[in-house]
Design a protein around this ligand. Structure first.
Ligand code: AMP
Ligand code: MG
Length: 308
C-alpha cells in the first residue's frame, strides 16, 4: 500500500482547477505545508506563512509569542489579540477543555523529544502555571501562564490566506497547513484511519470550507506500551483520554474548526454539541471502540464515502 503523507487529513483531488495552478510544498509553522493555487498566490502564501511563524511560534526566540511568554511583552499585535479573544470564547464554551494557556504542560510533556513520561509532581507543578482564568485580555496579562496557540494558530492562518486568495479573485485553491485544510471551490479530502494511519478511513467533499482533524496518532511517544500524545486534558495535566481517537470538524472558519477539533477531542462524544454554537459547522468523531459519531446529516451533506 502506498504510504500516505504524515497528516491526519489530506486533500486528494482538486476539482476543476485552472491549468495555471501549481502545488507548492514547503516546511513552515512546524509542519509540512502544501498550497495549490496560481504561482503568484503560492508565493504570497509562502510569505504569509513566514510572517505568521514570526508571530505564533512558541519556540523561536524572535517570535512575538516568545516575547510574550518569556520576555514580558504585553503589547499585542492584532493577530495575537484576535486569536486570544476567540480562544477565550472556546475556553468558556468548552468549560476549560480547550485552554491555550497550557504551554507549561506542553513544554513539560514535549512529546517530540521525550521518551519517558514526566512524574506526577512535575505535572502538578506545571498545572499550577496553567488556566485561562489567570489570563487578562484587557489590559493584557498572561497571569504567569505560558500561552500555546498550537491548537488554533494554523486555523487562523488558513483563514487569513484564504481571505487573501479570495480578494485576489481566486475561484479554486487548496491551502493545506499540515492537514489543516481550506478549500476554495471544491476538493476531495481523505481522513486517515486512526487505527492504521497509513490507510484512509473515508473521504468526503469540501467546498469553500475548512476541515481540521485532531488525533492521538500524529505526535506521540510510547512508554511501557502506553501512548503519550500531544493533546492534553487541562483538568488532569495528562494526555486527553476521552474515548475518541479522531475528531474532524468542518466549518467555513478554519479557526473554528481547529479550536473545536481539539476541544471535542478532550471532551469526548458529548463535545460534539459545541458545533451547534457555530453556523454550518459539523463533526465526525471516531471512538476508541471503533464507532463513528457525526452531527445530523453529515454523510449526505459532505458525500462521505467510507473506505477500507
Ligand atoms: P491540535 O492538533 O489542533 O488538536 O492541537 C494540539 C496542540 O495544541 C498541542 O500540540 C499543544 O500545543 C496544544 N494543546 C494541547 N492540549 C490543548 C488543550 N487542551 N487546549 C488547547 N491547546 C492544547
Ligand atoms: Mg486544533
Amino acid at each position: 500500500m502506498k504510504k500516505l503523507a504524515f497528516f491526519l487529513i489530506l486533500p486528494l483531488v482538486l476539482c476543476g482547477c485552472s491549468k495555471k495552478s501549481e502545488t507548492r510544498r514547503f516546511f513552515a509553522l512546524d509542519t509540512q505545508i502544501s498550497i495549490t493555487a496560481e504561482k503568484s498566490l503560492c508565493d504570497r502564501a509562502a510569505d504569509m506563512c513566514k510572517k505568521y511563524e514570526k508571530i505564533f511560534s512558541r519556540t523561536d526566540p524572535g517570535s512575538e509569542l516568545y516575547r510574550i511568554n518569556y520576555l514580558g511583552e504585553t503589547n499585542l499585535s492584532a493577530d495575537i489579540k484576535a486569536v486570544l479573544k476567540f480562544s477565550s470564547e472556546i475556553y468558556t464554551l468548552s468549560s476549560g477543555a480547550f485552554d491555550c494557556s497550557v504551554g507549561a504542560l506542553s513544554d513539560l510533556w514535549n512529546v517530540k523529544e521525550r521518551t519517558v513520561p514526566p512524574t506526577e509532581g512535575e505535572i502538578c507543578a506545571a498545572r499550577a502555571r496553567c488556566g485561562f482564568d489567570k489570563v487578562s485580555l484587557s489590559p493584557f496579562s498572561a497571569g504567569g501562564t505560558v500561552l500555546d496557540f498550537g491548537a488554533c494558530a494554523k486555523g487562523y492562518i488558513a483563514d487569513c490566506i484564504a481571505a487573501q486568495f479570495r480578494a485576489s479573485g481566486a475561484k479554486k485553491a487548496v491551502i493545506d497547513l499540515g492537514g489543516n485544510v481550506y478549500s476554495i471551490g471544491r476538493c476531495t479530502v481523505g481522513i486517515r484511519n486512526p487505527k492504521a494511519p497509513d490507510e484512509l478511513f473515508g473521504r468526503f467533499t469540501l467546498t469553500d470550507k475548512s476541515a481540521v482533524t485532531s488525533g492521538a496518532y500524529q505526535r506521540f511517544f510510547e512508554y511501557d506500551n502506553v501512548r503519550y500524545h500531544h493533546i492534553l486534558d487541562p483538568t488532569t495535566g495528562h494526555c486527553a483520554n476521552s474515548g475518541l481517537c479522531s475528531v474532524t470538524v468542518i466549518s467555513p472558519s478554519s479557526l473554528t474548526a481547529d479550536c473545536l477539533s481539539t476541544a471535542i477531542f478532550v471532551m469526548g462524544e458529548s463535545g460534539i454539541s459545541l458545533c451547534e454554537a457555530f453556523s454550518d459547522t459539523d463533526a465526525l468523531l471516531i471512538t476508541d471502540d471503533g464507532r463513528t459519531v457525526t452531527t445530523d446529516g453529515f454523510y449526505e451533506k459532505y458525500a462521505f464515502e467510507a473506505l477500507g
